[in-house]
Design a protein around this ligand. Structure first.
Ligand SMILES: Nc1ncnc2c1ncn2[C@@H]1O[C@H](COP(=O)(O)OP(=O)(O)OP(=O)(O)O)[C@@H](O)[C@H]1O
Length: 313
C-alpha cells in the first residue's frame, strides 16, 4: 500500500479516543454522533494537527458503514497526473503504462467511507469528476465507457480555507457546497486552552509505558501558555520527548524542550478563551485579582475579556 493511503480496520476503532473538555470539543462530539447517524458528505476544516483525521475515523467507526472499509487518501501527496487513475481506477491499455486493470480507491471503499484529506490539492479537472460521482454515485474507470455504481460516503478535509481558494479560483464552488453539507470546524489548540491539560495528561498516560508520571502545575501552566502552531500533534510530540528526557524523574519545564526561540508565546490576553477564563476564575474562588495575576494579565484586561465573552454578572 502506498504511503498516501491509509486503511482503517475495525480493530483500530478501540484506539480512537476524542479527548478534550472544552465547550468546542463538546460541540464537536455532539456533531460527530449526529453526523455518524447520517450518510451525507462531511467537510472537516481546521489547522494542521487539530484532529481532522481522528474525527473522520470516529464518524466512520460510529456509522452503519463501520464494518466496511475506511480508506484515507491524501490528495496532496499523489502526483497530480496519477490522482485520476488512483481514485477512479483504469482499464488495461487506458494509457501508456496501464498494463493491467486497476481498481481505484473509490471502488475499494464500496459500502464504506472514503476520506479525502487535503481536498484543496485536488486538480481542478478532477474536481468536476468527483462532483459528478458524488451526485450520481456512478463512476467510470479511465479507458472504460461503462459506468459502475459505488456506494461510498465521502468525508473531505482541508487545512486551508476552501472559501479563500474559491475566490482565488483554485476550488470549485459547486463542489464546496456539495461537500459542506455537514461542516465540522475544529478550532486551533490556542483557541481552546482548556483542552491542553487534558491532552498533556492523556498523552503522558498513553506514552509512558505504564510508568507512573506526574505533571506539575508549573509544567501544565507552561504548556497552557505555549501557542501550539502544530496543535495537538505538536503537543503529543512534546510530551513524548519529555518522557524520554526526564528518565525516572517527573517531567520538568526543561524536559519539554520548548526553547525560548520556539516558544511562540502570544500576548496572553489574545490567547485566552472563555472556557479557560472561567476555569481560572473558579480555581481562584472568584478573586479577580488573583485570577488575573495567575494568567499574567491586568484586572482591566480580565474585565475586558469577560465583557468580550458576555460573561459579566
Ligand atoms: N481530540 C483529540 N483527542 C485525542 N487525540 C487527538 C485529538 N485531536 C488530535 N489528536 C491526535 O493528534 C494527532 C494529530 O491528529 P490528526 O492527524 O487527526 O490531525 P489532522 O488535523 O488530520 O492533521 P493534518 O492536517 O496534518 O492531516 C493524532 O495523533 C491524533 O490522534
Amino acid at each position: 500500500m502506498s504511503t498516501h493511503v491509509d486503511v482503517l480496520c475495525p480493530n483500530d476503532y478501540k484506539t480512537l479516543e476524542l479527548i478534550g473538555s472544552s465547550s468546542s470539543m463538546a460541540d464537536i462530539r455532539n456533531k460527530i454522533s449526529k453526523y455518524a447517524a447520517s450518510d451525507a458528505e462531511v467537510l472537516i476544516q481546521g489547522e494542521t494537527g487539530v484532529g481532522k483525521g481522528l474525527c473522520a475515523k470516529l464518524i466512520h467507526s460510529l456509522s452503519a458503514r463501520a464494518q466496511y472499509p475506511f480508506i484515507e487518501v491524501n490528495c496532496g501527496s499523489i502526483a497530480s497526473g496519477l490522482i485520476a487513475s488512483e481514485l477512479f481506477g483504469h482499464q488495461k491499455g487506458a494509457f501508456t503504462g496501464a498494463i493491467a486493470d486497476h481498481i481505484g480507491y473509490i471502488q475499494r471503499s464500496n459500502h464504506g467511507t472514503l476520506f479525502l484529506d487535503e481536498i484543496g490539492d485536488m486538480p481542478s479537472d478532477l474536481q468536476i469528476h468527483l462532483l459528478h460521482f458524488i451526485e450520481s454515485k456512478k463512476m467510470q474507470r479511465l479507458g472504460s465507457d461503462s459506468s459502475v455504481s459505488v456506494d461510498c460516503r465521502i468525508i473531505a478535509a482541508s487545512h486551508v480555507d476552501l472559501k479563500h481558494d474559491i475566490i482565488q479560483g483554485g476550488f470549485r464552488e459547486d463542489l464546496y457546497y456539495r461537500l459542506n453539507i455537514l461542516p465540522l470546524y475544529i478550532p486551533a489548540l490556542r483557541e481552546r486552552k482548556a483542552d491542553i491539560p487534558d491532552y498533556a495528561q492523556y498523552f503522558l498516560n498513553l506514552l509512558s509505558d505504564g510508568k507512573k508520571k506526574h505533571l506539575s502545575k508549573a509544567v501544565v501552566d507552561y504548556l497552557t501558555r505555549h501557542s501550539w502552531p502544530g496543535n495537538v500533534r505538536e503537543l503529543r510530540n512534546v510530551i513524548q520527548r519529555a518522557i524520554i528526557m526526564c528518565g525516572d524523574k517527573n517531567i520538568t519545564i526543561a524536559d519539554l524542550g520548548l526553547e525560548i526561540a520556539d516558544r511562540q508565546m502570544l500576548p496572553a490576553s489574545d490567547t485566552i478563551d472563555s472556557d479557560y477564563l472561567l476555569q481560572v476564575i473558579s480555581d481562584h474562588k472568584h478573586n479577580m485579582s488573583a485570577a488575573a495575576r495567575y494568567m499574567g494579565i491586568s484586572r482591566t484586561t480580565l474585565y475586558r475579556l469577560l465583557k468580550k465573552y458576555n460573561l459579566q454578572k
